[in-house]
Design a protein around this ligand. Structure first.
Ligand code: ATP
Length: 340
């Protein structure tokens, strides 16, 4: 494969990964049987994915459970060898795991930890300083910045096992970014965190991206992470890329209509508002309803002409609703949420 142009940080072409899964009946008899007659089948986890990321781009990588997100990120960070296709990250072929490559990337998995459990986080940081050969001055400067942005003061010297989940996640992020990688693979970095902690992780990632011009691929089940950080969205479903575009165009994929919110000067009976659209709600002088995407202008004009409207806004459905609809799961909930 020829080198990608310098304005491409991540280049993925027809990337594929199949796992061989060995089957075994439960129990001792099953073990003996499988010893003599081993059965297996292939799982095509990633089926020919292609995309390019520009340096500094932040991309949300979305998809239902088992879609192939983690497998893709593991291939891009060199932990898994692809079955087919090619990837180049920061100019390197990930599968070779060259030192120079490892210094350019990081993989953060919210469900896994790299900090040493029985030692203070500071000790793990020193280990990483040695592994990544971070010069002392750069280590101290980065530690100062991270301590300030993440609020690490007071927790660095505590045994990791005694930290709260949120405190530990902040330390995990700091450890993973200490060597100032240029490409970040963040797999569910906010999983299990409370809303405030999620927000501080987001702020940290945003700050890091801006400060170092890092390229970020982020998977998250919390749409707030994605909407706050990423303009571009890649959606993978059953191993295949089914969407690559901005958030607004993802919302366009929804057939669920748009939400019209009204601020009225005169109260209106619910039955009357319901004539203009679906799922109408009235709360005092505030009202909302869902109207078909293609008829938004016409319905809005009618509402303005017929009612005493102080303010009218039109919103796309929440991204959760679009995703639920795209994946055919929780459709009723999606519709309910989209007008909540
Ligand atoms: N080591 C493995 N051996 C066999 N099959 C695997 C292995 N790892 C993942 N798979 C399968 O590959 C598919 C993709 O899994 P992957 O973990 O990449 O999905 P994901 O999109 O990250 O899902 P989630 O959102 O649930 O984390 C799934 O069908 C999964 O069961």
């Amino acid at each position: 494969m020829t080198s990608p142009p310098p304005n491409v940080a991540v280049q993925v072409r027809d990337l594929r990964k199949s796992y061989t899964v060995h089957e075994k009946d439960p129990g001792f008899v099953g073990s003996v049987k499988s010893f003599f007659n081993r059965k297996s089948h292939e799982v095509d986890a990633v089926k020919g994915v292609s995309f390019d990321l520009a340096p500094g781009e932040v991309v949300g990588f979305l998809g239902p459970n088992g879609a192939g997100k983690t497998t893709t990120l593991k291939m891009l960070s060199g932990l898994l060898h692809p079955t087919g296709g090619t990837a180049r990250v920061a100019g390197f072929e990930p599968r070779r795991r060259e030192n120079a490559f490892l210094k350019q990337i990081t993989l953060v998995m919210g469900q896994k930890q790299q900090l040493i459990w029985d030692l203070p986080a500071l000790d793990s940081f020193l280990v990483n300083q040695a592994i990544y050969e971070i010069p002392d001055a750069q280590y101290r400067a980065t530690m100062r910045e991270f301590t300030e942005v993440l609020g690490l003061e007071g927790i660095l010297k505590k045994q990791v096992r005694k930290l709260s989940l949120g405190e530990r996640m902040k330390c995990e992020l700091a450890a993973a970014l200490l060597h100032r990688p240029k490409v970040l693979f963040l797999d569910e970095p906010t999983i299990g965190l409370d809303v405030n902690m999620q927000e501080s992780v987001r702020a940290f990632v945003r700050d890091y991206n801006q400060r170092f011009g890092a390229t970020v691929i982020l998977t998250s089940h919390y749409m707030a992470d994605v909407t706050a950080l990423a303009r571009r969205i890649l959606v993978i479903d059953a191993g295949a890329l089914v969407f690559d575009g901005d958030l607004a165009s993802l919302a366009e994929q929804s057939s669920g209509g748009k939400t019209v919110r009204l601020q009225l000067r005169q109260p209106i009976p619910l039955a009357e508002l319901s004539r203009y659209g679906q799922s109408a709600k009235v709360d005092g002088l505030s009202a909302e309803l869902t109207v078909p995407r293609a008829e938004v202008s016409a319905r809005a004009a009618r509402l303005l002409a017929d009612l005493d409207v102080a303010d009218l806004t039109v919103e796309d459905p929440p991204i959760e609703a679009v995703m639920a609809e795209l994946f055919g799961a929780g459709k009723e909930k999606a519709v309910a949420d989209s007008v909540a």
